[in-house]
Design a protein around this ligand. Structure first.
Ligand code: SF4
Ligand code: SF4
Ligand code: SF4
Length: 244
């Protein structure tokens, strides 16, 4: 019998689900191994038991919590898909100003009928078994994590910094261009794609386990910065996690 998997979304831009859909050929091959029983991008949400639920987006409304608990109850394994689900992502930026001010700033009017509770990661509501980091997720990493789950193996994420991938690729360092880059404290796995594209790392894949013990303190010291300066920049994607 095929493994039954489902994709569910809460508050987010659906970019992580689109990354899965963009896998195209790999996705078609995947369908020989699994049965996709829920995927709002292509089908309506059914009921019934699931082997693996991939859940995108953060939890921003009261009814979201009950829907997420229902998905958790019928799923053997639940995976947070992307930064919004994993740690609140960019949605968590709204947490520090309150729903009234947020509605005023976004809609220029306090539309009280719009429910906007402080955005939370999935783990604030239900136990989360595994996570696929990033905004958006990395397609090959998603496939590797799914493959591990299908083989009943423990999926593993890189526990070293983006700087390692960046230096191996010999990209020019953004600090040398007067920018603050979050590569020294951010989990690798994206192949330093933003630095390759001429930007800096903005920390979308979350914090590595021991940012204060990395050998990259020297980079910060050379540029007159501390880890706390970097954590301040880190709020863009990780306010729910960093709690500065
Ligand atoms: S993590 Fe990024 S790409 Fe994924 S749903 Fe959230 S905002 Fe969109
Ligand atoms: S600080 Fe940024 S640009 Fe510099 S090596 Fe690290 S990841 Fe690359
Ligand atoms: S370089 Fe940084 S911001 Fe860009 S995808 Fe990688 S972790 Fe995310």
């Amino acid at each position: 019998m095929k493994t039954r998997i489902g994709f569910f979304d809460f508050t987010g831009c659906e970019g992580c689900q689109l990354t899965v859909l963009n896998l195209e050929q790999e996705l078609l091959e995947l369908l020989e191994l699994v049965e996709i029983v829920a995927f709002r991008e292509v089908m309506s949400e059914p009921s019934g038991a699931l082997d693996i639920a991939f859940v995108e987006g953060s939890i921003c409304r009261r009814e979201d919590r009950e829907r997420l608990r229902s998905i958790r109850r019928r799923s053997a394994v639940l995976v947070a898909l992307g930064a919004c689900a994993d740690n609140g992502g960019v949605n968590a930026l709204g947490s520090d100003r309150g729903p009234e001010l947020l509605r005023q700033q976004v809609y220029a009017s306090d539309l009280a009928q719009l429910q906007t509770d402080p955005p939370q990661p999935l783990s604030a509501v239900v136990p989360v078994d595994y996570r696929v980091p990033g905004c958006p997720i990395d397609g090959p990493e998603f496939l590797a994590i799914l493959q591990a789950l299908l083989l009943k193996r423990q999926p593993a994420l890189p526990d070293f910094a983006v700087c390692v991938e960046c230096k191996l690729a010999e990209y020019p360092c953004r600090f040398d261009h007067g920018e603050i880059c979050l590569g020294p404290v951010t989990r690798a796995g994206c192949r330093a794609i933003c630095i390759d594209g001429g930007d800096r790392c903005r920390g979308c894949r979350g914090l590595i386990e021991s940012p204060r013990t990395t050998p990259y303190h020297r980079i910060l010291e050379e540029h007159g910065l501390s880890v706390d300066d970097i954590l301040d920049q880190y709020r863009t994607f990780n306010l729910g996690e960093a709690k500065p």
